[in-house]
Design a protein around this ligand. Structure first.
Ligand code: ATP
Length: 257
C-alpha cells in the first residue's frame, strides 16, 4: 500500500542558518494515528510545515499519497494542500471571516466548491465538531475551546486525507479536551498530532515518534515509548504524576509490542 505520508532524508535550515532537521525518515500508513513528541525546539513544527510545502528548500523529500511535495509544481502544491489539513496551535491564526459558517466555507470555496456541495461540507464539518448551533456567530466571540473546534472544522471542510494537529489539547478545560479527543477518534483520516500532552498522545495515537535535535530518536507503540523511563528522561519527556502508561494502554485496549 502507498503510505499516506513518506518523508525521506529530510534536512532543513532556516534562512538565518539555524539547522533544524538533520535527516528525518518517517512513513505513515493510511488511517494511522501518530503522535509526534519531543522537547521544545526539537523541530516538530518545522517538520509539520514541510507536509504541505509551507516550508521547503532543504534536502530530502516529502511525499503525500505517493505525490512529491514540490513547491515549484503549483498544481501539485494546491492538490497537496487539499489533501493535508493543518490545524495550528492558535485557532486565531485560522479564523478571520465574519461568521463561523463563512470561515468553514472559506477553504472549500477557494477550491472552487459552490452551491449545495459547499453548504453540505459546511454543515457536515460543523456537525463533526459539535458547533452547528454556532454557525452564525462571530468566531472571535466564541470561547477558546469553541474556536479550536471551529479551526478543526475549517480544515475538515476541505475533506483532507491527512489531518495534522499542532498541540490540539493546549489551553482546553478537561471536558473540552475529552470532547475533542472523541471527535478526533471518530474521524476517518490519517492523523499526525504534535503534542507535549503525553496522556493525550496515549489516548489518541497507538504509535508515537520522538523527534529530538532534528532527528527521530524513537518510533514505536506509544505505550512502549512512554513506559521506558530512560528514553523519556533522555528526551525531556515527563508523564504527569500518577499516570501509568501500561494501565492506560490496557484500559484503552492498546497492544504493547
Ligand atoms: N523562523 C525561524 N527562523 C530561525 N529559526 C527558527 C525559526 N522557527 C524555528 N526556528 C528554530 O528551529 C528549531 C526548531 O523549532 P520548532 O518550532 O520546529 O521546534 P518544536 O519542536 O516545534 O518546539 P516546541 O515544542 O517549542 O513548539 C528551534 O531551534 C527554533 O529556534
Amino acid at each position: 500500500m502507498t503510505p499516506a505520508l513518506r518523508i525521506t532524508g529530510l534536512r532543513f535550515a532556516y534562512p538565518d542558518g539555524t539547522a533544524t532537521l538533520h535527516g528525518v525518515d518517517l512513513s505513515v500508513e493510511p488511517g494511522e494515528r501518530v503522535a509526534l513528541l519531543g522537547p521544545n525546539g526539537a523541530g516538530k513544527t518545522t517538520l509539520v510545515l514541510h507536509l504541505n510545502g509551507i516550508l521547503s528548500g532543504g534536502a530530502g523529500s516529502v511525499e503525500i499519497g505517493g505525490r512529491r511535495v514540490d513547491p515549484a509544481d503549483r498544481p501539485a502544491v494546491s492538490e497537496i494542500r487539499r489533501r493535508v489539513g493543518i490545524v495550528f496551535q492558535d485557532p486565531d491564526d485560522q479564523l478571520f471571516m465574519p461568521t463561523v459558517a463563512e470561515d468553514v466555507a472559506f477553504g472549500p470555496a477557494n477550491m472552487g466548491v459552490r452551491g449545495p456541495e459547499l453548504r453540505e461540507r459546511v454543515n457536515e464539518a460543523l456537525a463533526a465538531v459539535g458547533m452547528s448551533a454556532h454557525r452564525d456567530q462571530v468566531p472571535q466571540h466564541l470561547s477558546f475551546g469553541q474556536r479550536r473546534r471551529v479551526a478543526v472544522a475549517t480544515v475538515l471542510a476541505m475533506r483532507p486525507e491527512i489531518l495534522v494537529l499542532d498541540e490540539p489539547s493546549s489551553n482546553l478545560d478537561p471536558a473540552s479536551r475529552r470532547e475533542l479527543s472523541e471527535i478526533l477518534r471518530g474521524l476517518a483520516v490519517t492523523l499526525l498530532m504534535v503534542t507535549h500532552d503525553l496522556p493525550y498522545a496515549m489516548e489518541l495515537c497507538p504509535r508515537s515518534v520522538i523527534l529530538d535535535g532534528g532527528r527521530i530518536a524513537a518510533d514505536g507503540p506509544t505505550v512502549d515509548l512512554l513506559s521506558d523511563p530512560e528514553l523519556m528522561r533522555g528526551h525531556r519527556l515527563e508523564l504527569p504524576f500518577g499516570f501509568d502508561p501500561v494501565v492506560a494502554a490496557a484500559q484503552l485496549g492498546q497492544a504493547r509490542s
